[in-house]
Write a protein that binds this ligand. Structure first.
Ligand SMILES: Cc1cc2nc3c(=O)[nH]c(=O)nc-3n(C[C@H](O)[C@H](O)[C@H](O)COP(=O)(O)OP(=O)(O)OC[C@H]3O[C@@H](n4cnc5c(N)ncnc54)[C@H](O)[C@@H]3O)c2cc1C
Length: 586
């Protein structure tokens, strides 16, 4: 039997690090990643994992020895691992079964050991199975770590799949179909008023969610990620207690990724009444009110307003600040505001709700602000004033995790918290609270946990309001440029000059790109109009790749598409646009 030498991997800047514990004995069976020895650096204690599987034949270090990169730890009698080709690499897919040499993870910091007793120890525990958590769990499993994924809800997928991104987009699709059908009456095709079967619509939306969350369960099984259902809470920096229907268990971990997400903000003066909804209740479409007030003119509130409006409800929106979708450039919001002003009951900007009284005839709402109306009565209210991180609900203190004033868990670019071996990702670490930010952070955390040198260094994260019209932006905004004194020049293309937009019976949209005035590199961009959320990805890619106006303008875009408006905006900036006449500046 061949012997495998297992050595100390690259420890970064550390040399001559003392061994404080030898964790295996001669004859022990070890797997890839089984901790072999514990080292004590001046920053943290580090478990050195095995780079191969087998039986320990000889141990060559003892407690008190000092080791550096390349020091021999032990010799193993070799064992080979057999895995399905598809799980290894695409190029191996031609063979059905291959034998692989396990990857060699670098040494990673592990959670401090504690005196708290546990039922078992796992290499990596992921707390929360939203887009951040399941992505981290799957990526870590693909990199060879043993993963336990703890989730309080019966389904995986978190807010996004169960009560957020996906169900809202299903209903927004239904809203668009209704609105587009109605719009065609002006162009020669009339349909009767829509017959809305709420139960069927709800069931269709639920079916999409079930399909996706069921798919995640299968993906977890395929990767051998163990899902433990229950509410998890730290008892110590290396132990989480999970309380679930199957009982209570204490799981010790070597590393942990906290992905516990966020929850809806409640307004203390709003009564506990079934007619008051949060976004989750609004997605349930339990019944259609005659009059709905949406408190909060941000993305979530306006998306739900769009759905209820299409379903025939008289919707009003009240927003504390002077603008819908605060943070977005005002010019991008204007076409949406114009459209909904013509359709909704009231759009109250710069207005505060100060009281809500539950009466038998409805919910009586009092407003405050320069243009505030007298108290109004609504059949239902949707409170959509933001989300707060779940940092305070996971026993962070017991883990030694520091939270900021708003309850976020501070992290570095490798998604590491202040506690060695504990990472955090997604909504719980800060804005923007978006699913695509959570998934990217999840991958970084998993890769760092597996010893890779990854970090979250995205230049820009796109934001999208899937309203009608859609609004999307990425990178530098004009508002931010003004606040931070960043110089830029702009290229714009109005969609009323886009053949494709006109062929869709829409002319209110536009695309704009912001460029560095010296290098002409794209710094940011925004779009408003149908499918803006799809189109913004190209601008995000251009920012990531450091593209300049010529790169974008010279990229041949298919005709006739809305994507051409991105190229036309670059051409407008370069002065090469022929689809519009832009007078030359003197
Ligand atoms: C109505 C709505 C629409 C949205 N639309 C979009 C959109 O279109 N695009 C977009 O990018 N984002 C959208 N979002 C935001 C998006 O859903 C979140 O940014 C995303 O889900 C965050 O992912 P996460 O993994 O950080 O956390 P979450 O998705 O919140 O997942 C956290 C998970 O942790 C679990 N958990 C929490 N505490 C514990 C505990 N103690 N023990 C066990 N499990 C626990 C929760 O049950 C949950 O499953 C929307 C949100 C809402 C509410």
């Amino acid at each position: 039997m061949a012997l495998i030498d297992v050595t100390v991997p690259d420890l970064g800047n550390f040399k001559d690090v003392p061994v404080i514990e030898v964790l295996v004995a001669v004859g022990d069976a070890v797997e890839v990643d089984t901790p072999l020895i514990t080292l004590e650096t001046d920053k943290a204690s580090i478990d050195v994992p095995s780079s191969a599987g087998g039986r320990v034949a000889e141990i060559l270090v003892a407690t008190g020895n000092k080791v550096s990169k390349g020091s021999l730890i032990l010799r193993l009698e070799a064992a080979t691992t057999t895995v399905a080709a598809a799980a290894v690499a695409p190029e191996a897919a031609a063979t059905s079964v291959v034998s692989v040499q396990a990857a060699v993870p670098a040494a990673v910091a592990t959670a401090p050991r504690s005196a708290v007793a546990a039922d078992r120890e796992v290499p990596l525990l992921v707390l929360g199975a939203g887009p951040g958590g399941y992505t981290a769990a799957f990526r870590a499993a693909d990199l060879g770590l043993g993963v336990v994924l703890v989730e309080r809800w019966p389904n995986l997928g978190g807010v996004c799949l169960n009560v957020g991104c996906i169900p809202s987009k299903a209903l927004l699709h239904a809203a668009r179909v209704i609105d587009e059908a109605a719009t065609m009456a002006a162009h020669g095709i009339s349909f009767g008023p829509p017959q809305i079967d709420l139960a069927k619509l709800r069931n269709w939306k639920g079916g999409i969610v079930r399909k996706l969350t069921g798919g995640l369960r299968m993906l977890a099984r395929q990767r051998k990620v163990e899902v433990v259902q229950g509410v998890g809470r730290f008892l110590a920096p290396n132990v989480v207690e999970v309380v679930g229907e199957a009982g209570t268990q204490r799981i010790a971990f070597r590393q942990c990724i906290v992905a516990a997400g966020s929850e809806t903000v409640r307004l203390p003066f709003v009564p506990d009444d079934p007619r008051v909804m949060d976004s989750t209740a609004a997605l349930e479409l339990e019944s259609m009110p005659k009059r709905l007030l949406v408190i909060g003119g941000g993305i979530i509130g306006l998306e739900m307003a769009c759905v209820y409006d299409a379903l025939g409800v008289e919707v009003s929106v009240v927003e504390l600040t002077g603008q819908l979708i605060p943070g977005c450039d005002p010019d991008l919001v204007r076409p949406l505001e114009k459209r909904i002003k013509g359709r909704y009951g009231q759009i109250l900007l710069g207005t505060r709700v100060t009281a809500v009284e539950a009466r038998s005839e409805g919910l009586c709402v009092t407003f405050e602000g320069a243009g505030a109306p007298p108290p109004q009565t609504y059949d239902k209210i949707l409170v959509a004033v933001g989300r707060v991180p779940n940092g305070r609900a996971i026993g962070a203190d017991a883990a030694g995790l520091k939270l900021d004033a708003r309850g976020f868990v501070p992290v570095d670019r490798q998604m590491r918290t202040s506690v060695p071996g504990i990472f955090a990702i997604g909504d719980i670490v800060g804005q923007p609270m978006l699913a695509h930010k959570a998934t990217h952070e999840g991958k970084v955390a998993a890769e760092v946990a597996a010893g890779q040198k990854s970090s979250f260094d995205a230049r820009a994260i796109p934001s999208v309001a899937y309203t009608d019209p859609e609004i999307a932006w990425v990178g530098l905004t004009e508002t931010e440029a003004a606040t931070r004194g960043i110089a830029f020049r702009k290229g714009m293309f109005p969609w009323m000059a886009s053949g494709r937009s006109l062929a869709m019976a829409r002319d209110e949209g536009f695309t704009k790109l912001l460029f560095d005035p010296v290098t002409h590199r794209v710094l940011g961009g925004g779009l408003v109009g149908p499918s803006a959320g799809e189109l913004v990805a190209e601008i995000g890619l251009a920012i990531e790749m450091g593209a300049d106006a010529r790169d974008i303008g010279l990229t041949v875009h298919p005709h006739p598409t809305l994507s051409e408006t991105v190229a036309f905006s670059a051409e407008a900036f370069e002065g090469t646009l022929t689809d519009l006449y832009v007078p030359k500046k003197a």
